[in-house]
Design a protein around this ligand. Structure first.
Ligand SMILES: *[C@@H]1O[C@H](CO)[C@@H](O)[C@H](O)[C@H]1NC(C)=O
Ligand SMILES: *[C@@H]1O[C@H](CO)[C@@H](O)[C@H](O)[C@H]1NC(C)=O
Ligand SMILES: *[C@@H]1O[C@H](CO)[C@@H](O)[C@H](O)[C@H]1NC(C)=O
Ligand SMILES: *[C@@H]1O[C@H](CO)[C@@H](O)[C@H](O)[C@H]1NC(C)=O
Ligand SMILES: *[C@@H]1O[C@H](CO)[C@@H](O)[C@H](O)[C@H]1NC(C)=O
Ligand SMILES: [Zn+2]
Length: 663
């Protein structure tokens, strides 16, 4: 380390005078040789002194009492990792029964963002954090949300040539839709609008599906399309349909993917976790991030807000229905049969046809979306345990609080677990058994279901501070969707800390323990051994890259905070699905979680323990447990993938695309 001239000059007042003198352009031109010589001598002397001082104190010496200590005289505990007994105390302290109580309480009422039940949960979290001895901050934002009409529900109807209603999808809506607080099926941010047109089945609604329709001379312009959920974000389906000229979109979850029929199991909720015909997946179809009215800036009182019409919101009405209703509509579709051996087929008891229009060509589909956008309050509740030695370094653990309906899995499993971690850590701090080195922040995000609004606005407000101070973020959204194994998405920097934590946590499955796989890590490695591109085992369990579907996205992508997302998952060999089938439906309730996913809450307890240990390790280690060589390897792998998938295209189209792969 070489002290720079101006830095050492700043310290002496005499020399300071010469600095301002030198800075004056009028005098500089007259500067005499002797003055310059004097300055060189003074600067050299100061540099030499600084060098000697650094040599004496900053470089460890064997004959020194403070050997290895960077700051002489500083208390030794500043230079050590935290008390390692604390790790076990935290793991032991986390109780499955307490997590179950939390989940029951949080899911007692539907709690969509921006409405009364969500505000009540804000109060609950605040009170709990305070009870656990945490400092609490609530950060409110004024964001644009979207709700169905209270008086005229959204509707999908089949009309005959005289515009008489032959079938109304409301007939197959779940009875639960009538319960107070249960938001009826809708797609958030869909524009309102009434459309009557012939129907076209457009598969999954991907670009290639529309291309295929075009290749069959099926023109969707001026038509309503019906598409299956799956393969991609629902909002993109609406954008793609619009780009292809469709006037409106109807979306449904096909039983081929949302029931157990593939394995011959015809049972559905409440006997199993499979989707019944009237279960409907809600969700946003906005393809932007955060509050649509304040992109890039926090949605507070000072924010500039353009007109809604000038904001990039979805352009055509879209509405979700159950497969019960979809079957009653699609069985009348005309046109050609879809290709036999293709993913255009599905599990309904009909002949799948493309349209356009119905077997009776005078029939039309009528879609009436009556939802509206509305500004509402989205609050984040932040509970803080202040660090003892590096209070201005933040380890963040978070999850959203809002749910489309009861949210028993998404997101409340995560919130129930996070509260238990806060309780246990808070208690250890309160009793003086633990003083974490760095600060820990428990973040309960608002309005995540609306394009990650709460976390995005918070990041937009505090981006400068977070960039300097945030150490890492652990996301706990939907913490259990099965009882098979832990699964993770994370940046490579955080792989190591996750592996180490998973090794310390007892396996929740007695059969696995009996088979000798005593830790969460053992089963994870057994089920998900990670192989590289050449099929070579890496000797560790697989960790996915992070996508964008939850609150880690703004923290990672807008600030660069290393992030990790974790959950307990089902066995993909047993369940050939991407995600749990009841996702975002009215049937995501406490009882189904308890009866079908995690009877004794041992899986959720295990996820809570892994998260807690990752958090503790990040908060307490002297050196941050982030894997730098994993990071370099990860970048290398990504580059390799990019080159494999797009190298030829990029080299052809970009002037400066040169990939330097060393192996
Ligand atoms: C089409 O439906 C109308 C009723 O809307 C009916 O009168 C007519 O006979 C039907 N046409 C065919 C070919 O089934
Ligand atoms: C599709 O239909 C629209 C409206 O009828 C028409 O303007 C357009 O030219 C058609 N596209 C093709 C490729 O036929
Ligand atoms: C499928 O539909 C056909 C014709 O409507 C009916 O006869 C059959 O019973 C249905 N099968 C099932 C499994 O519902
Ligand atoms: C469509 O919705 C509007 C409210 O946005 C309502 O006034 C109208 O009656 C509805 N039309 C039909 C045919 O359902
Ligand atoms: C895991 O879940 C499945 C499906 O609900 C259940 O049949 C099985 O018994 C569960 N296993 C354990 C160890 O709880
Ligand atoms: Zn969620």
């Amino acid at each position: 380390m070489t002290p720079s001239g101006p830095m050492s000059i700043d310290d002496g007042s005499d020399v300071n005078t010469s600095r301002s003198y030198l800075a004056s352009p009028a005098r500089r031109s007259n500067c005499s040789t002797s003055r310059v010589t004097l300055l060189v001598i003074v600067t050299s002397a100061l540099t030499l002194t600084a060098g000697l001082l650094l040599g004496r104190f900053a470089i460890p010496r064997d004959d020194d009492d403070e050997s290895g200590v960077f700051l002489p005289g500083a208390p030794e505990r500043l230079m050590e990792s935290g008390d390692s007994d604390v790790a076990q105390k935290i793991l032991d302290g986390i109780e499955a029964g307490k997590i179950e109580e939390n989940l029951r309480l949080i899911t007692a009422k539907p709690h969509i963002a921006g409405r009364q039940a969500d505000f009540e949960l804000v109060d609950l979290l605040k009170a709990r954090f305070q009870e656990y001895g945490l400092q609490v901050q609530v950060t409110p934002y004024d964001v644009l949300l979207s709700y169905p009409s209270d008086t005229v529900p959204n509707s999908v109807r089949l009309l005959d040539g005289d515009r008489e209603v032959i079938y109304d999808a409301v007939a197959d809506e779940s009875d639960l839709s009538e319960q107070p607080g249960v938001v009826r099926a809708f797609h958030a941010y869909s524009p309102a609008g009434l459309v009557e047109a012939p129907l076209v089945f457009a598969g999954y609604g991907r670009v290639e599906d529309f291309d295929w329709l075009r290749s069959q001379n099926i023109n969707v312009t001026g038509h309503v399309v019906i598409v299956k959920y799956g393969k991609m974000f629902r909002g993109d389906k609406v954008d793609i349909a619009h780009a292809n000229g469709a006037l409106g979109v109807i979306m449904y979850a096909d039983p081929a993917e949302y029931t157990g029929m593939g394995s011959g199991d015809t049972r559905v909720y409440p006997d199993t976790w499979w989707l019944p015909p009237d279960g409907v997946q809600r969700g946003t179809i906005f393809t932007g991030d955060g509050d649509p009215l304040t992109p890039g800036y926090p949605a507070n009182n000072l924010a500039y807000r353009p007109n809604e019409a000038d904001v990039k919101l979805p352009k055509i009405p879209s509405h979700p229905i159950g497969y019960g209703a979809a079957e009653k509509i699609m069985k009348h579709l005309g046109g050609m049969e879809v290709p036999g051996d293709s993913d255009w087929q599905g599990g309904m008891n009909i002949t799948y046809r493309t349209g356009p229009g119905f077997l009776n060509t005078s029939w039309r589909i009528q879609l009436n979306v009556t939802s509206h956008n509305q500004r509402a309050k989205a609050e984040n509740v932040i509970g803080i345990i202040k660090g003892e030695i590096e209070p201005d370094r933040y380890v963040l653990l978070g999850n959203h609080r809002d749910a489309w309906i009861y949210g028993a899995l998404d997101p409340s499993t995560g919130t129930a677990a996070m509260l238990e971690i806060a309780r246990v850590m808070g208690k250890l701090v309160q009793t003086g058994e633990w003083k974490p080195r760095r600060s820990i922040m428990f973040c309960s995000w608002g309005a995540e279901e609306y394009a990650l609004a709460g976390s995005t606005e918070w990041v937009e407000q505090y981006v400068a501070t977070l960039r300097e101070r945030a150490v890492a973020y652990i996301n706990m959204d939907t913490a259990v969707v099965g009882n098979d194994t832990l699964r993770l998405g994370a940046v490579p920097l955080m792989h190591k800390v996750a592996y180490e934590a998973a090794k310390k946590v007892e396996n929740p499955n007695p059969a696995e323990r009996a088979a000798g796989r005593t830790s969460v890590y053992d089963t994870w490695l057994h089920i998900e051994p990670w192989k590289d591109d050449n099929g070579q085992s890496k000797g560790v369990p697989r960790i996915d890259d992070l996508g964008s579907g939850s609150d880690f996205a703004p923290l990672l992508q807008k600030v660069g905070i290393p992030a990790l997302d974790l959950w307990y998952s089902f066995d993909p060999a047993l369940y050939n699905v991407q995600w749990f089938a009841l996702y975002h439906t009215e049937y995501e309730v406490f009882d189904i979680y308890k009866s079908q996913f995690d009877r004794d809450f041992k899986c959720l307890q295990a996820v809570a323990r892994v998260s807690a240990e990752v958090t503790r390790s990040l908060a307490d280690s002297l050196l941050l447990p982030l894997g730098l060589s994993d990071y370099s390897q990860g970048l290398h792998d990504i580059l390799h993938t990019l080159d494999n998938d797009y190298g030829a295209v990029l080299r052809k189209n970009l002037l400066n695309f040169g990939l330097e792969l060393s192996s």
